[in-house]
Write a protein that binds this ligand. Structure first.
Ligand SMILES: [Zn+2]
Ligand SMILES: [Zn+2]
Length: 209
C-alpha cells in the first residue's frame, strides 16, 4: 500500500475555502486508521476512489461558491446564498449546461482550490456573477464627475475587455488605468473592489500587481 494514492474530497463545508495543496501525491499508510493532510485528519472510511471527472458546482448569482461537489455532497447545497441572500444556480442560465465543479481524480489526494469560473465553456456567455460586477462597474463609470463622456465610453468598453483574456486585454487595461488616473483614490479603490475578483490574470498584473 505504500505507493497507493487515493483521492480525498474535502467536504466543502460552507464552500469556497481554499487550501494550499492541490492534488499533491501523498502515499497512504495502508495500516493506519487515519491519514493526516495539512493538519487535518481523515478516517480511512472517508477516502474514496474516484473516476477522473469534474463534479458540478453550485454558486450564488453574486459568485459565492456554495458547493463545488454537488454530486458528491448534495447535503451542502443551499437554495439561497448564506453570504448575500442571492439565489444559487448549478447550471448556466443561458444554455443550461452544468457549472463545472471540483475535479475528481483517481490516484490523487486533492484539497480544493476551486474558484468560480467566469465564462460558460458550453455557450461562451459570462456567468451571472461576472455580469453583475461588470454592470456595477459600468454604473460607477457613469457616475463619475470631471471626466468626459468620451472617457466614460472608453472606460465602459475597457471594463468589458479586462474581465477576459483576449488580444485586447492589455490595451484595455492601459486605457482603464489612464482614465482612472484622472479620478481620485476612492474612485480607483471602488473600481478595484468591484473588479479585482473577476479581471483576467493579464489585466490583474497590469492594474493591481
Ligand atoms: Zn452570495
Ligand atoms: Zn452556457
Amino acid at each position: 500500500m505504500a505507493n497507493t494514492y487515493e483521492y480525498i474530497n474535502i467536504s466543502p463545508n460552507g464552500g469556497g475555502q481554499k487550501a494550499s495543496l492541490r492534488f499533491a501525491q501523498i502515499p497512504l499508510q495502508g495500516t493506519s486508521d487515519t491519514l493526516e493532510v495539512s493538519g487535518k485528519k481523515f478516517l480511512n472510511g472517508d477516502l474514496k476512489m474516484r473516476d477522473d471527472s469534474y463534479d458540478v458546482a453550485q454558486i450564488c448569482l453574486n459568485g459565492h461558491i456554495i458547493n463545488f461537489s454537488v454530486n458528491e455532497y448534495p447535503q451542502f447545497n443551499k437554495k439561497f446564498c448564506d453570504k448575500c441572500g442571492a439565489a444559487t444556480i448549478t447550471n448556466c442560465i443561458n444554455c443550461n449546461s452544468e457549472i463545472q465543479g471540483e475535479y475528481c481524480a483517481e490516484g490523487f489526494i486533492g484539497i480544493s482550490h476551486y474558484t468560480a469560473p467566469a465564462f460558460c465553456p458550453n455557450c461562451g456567455k459570462p456567468y451571472p456573477w461576472i455580469e453583475a460586477r461588470t454592470q456595477s462597474a459600468h454604473d460607477l463609470a457613469q457616475e463619475l464627475e470631471n471626466i468626459s463622456e468620451d472617457d466614460k465610453e472608453i472606460l465602459t468598453q475597457s471594463i468589458n475587455e479586462i474581465v477576459k483574456d483576449s488580444p485586447k486585454t492589455t490595451l484595455a487595461a492601459t486605457r482603464f488605468k489612464k482614465i482612472l488616473s484622472k479620478t481620485s483614490k476612492p474612485i480607483v479603490d471602488a473600481f478595484r473592489d468591484i473588479l479585482i475578483d473577476i479581471v483576467s490574470e493579464t489585466a490583474k498584473k497590469l492594474l493591481w500587481p
